[in-house]
Write a protein that binds this ligand. Structure first.
Ligand SMILES: Nc1ncnc2c1ncn2[C@@H]1O[C@H](COP(=O)(O)OP(=O)(O)OP(=O)(O)O)[C@@H](O)[C@H]1O
Length: 221
């Protein structure tokens, strides 16, 4: 008899409030080793909020998050869990005065690692910028640098918020390939995007529109 593996990540009836308003509610999902999930939904529906919640920057106001079967509301568990997660979001945290190399290596050294920065920059096609300041990078190059951090500092859970924004078609292919490779090694990815991206055998999580605001027809004054 085959015993189903314990899911690595479970969200059960999760809700989250921001500035006193319920932004997401009743979100349920399960992710197993090697799994991927596509988060879709209209602007403002709560995809980034959910990713920030999973990254540990926000706490659920209701419901449960489980990592490897452990309820993350238990003492000290969130801190341990956060070391398993990478969030690639709108804020790229690139330091303008530091070199491209240092912008990756800084995080690698913090993790007690070394030697992964250059291969990661090479994979992302920005190694020739290694000695240049972070300030000189274009939008797509900044995204490539963000993604290089995922490669240099291995963590199992990738939370990717609009990861293809700014990337050219070759960059999107690299992104798809690195997600594929990551999953082959047992890693997982949650990807919020408005742009179709090639994820094989993925699950879908659709966020409904939030209808708190009344939409006024334009030009009705
Ligand atoms: N820091 C914040 N404080 C209060 N409300 C916030 C904050 N950030 C986002 N919100 C609100 O939470 C709701 C969900 O925003 P979120 O960014 O999670 O949506 P999204 O689905 O990622 O949207 P998009 O597709 O536009 O990126 C929005 O109504 C937004 O105004």
């Amino acid at each position: 008899m085959r015993i189903a593996p314990v899911p690595r990540l479970v969200a059960s009836r999760v809700a989250c409030m921001r500035s006193g308003q319920v932004v997401i509610r009743d979100v349920n999902m399960t992710l197993h080793e090697g799994g991927a999930m596509l988060l879709t939904g209209p602007n403002g529906s709560g995809k980034s909020t959910f990713l920030r919640l999973l990254a540990g920057f926000l706490k659920p106001s209701a419901g449960q998050l489980l990592w490897d079967g452990h309820d993350l509301s238990g003492p000290g568990l969130y801190d341990e869990y956060r070391t398993q997660v990478h969030l690639v979001g709108a804020k790229d945290g690139i330091k303008a005065q530091m070199s491209v190399y240092e912008n990756v290596q800084f995080w690698e050294l913090l993790e007690g690692l070394d030697g992964g920065t250059m291969p990661a920059l090479e994979y992302m096609g920005i190694a020739h910028y290694a000695e240049r300041e972070g300030a000189v990078l274009s939008l797509g190059q900044r995204k490539r640098l963000q993604l290089a951090r995922l490669l240099a500092i291995p963590r199992p859970l990738w939370l990717l918020d609009e990861p293809s924004v700014g990337l050219d078609s070759q960059g999107v292919k690299l992104l798809e390939q690195m997600i594929y490779n990551h999953r082959q090694q047992g890693g997982m990815a949650l990807v919020a995007t408005h742009v179709p991206i090639g994820l094989r055998d993925h699950q879908d999580l659709k966020f409904p529109a939030r209808n708190f605001e009344t939409v006024q027809p334009f030009g009705g004054l």
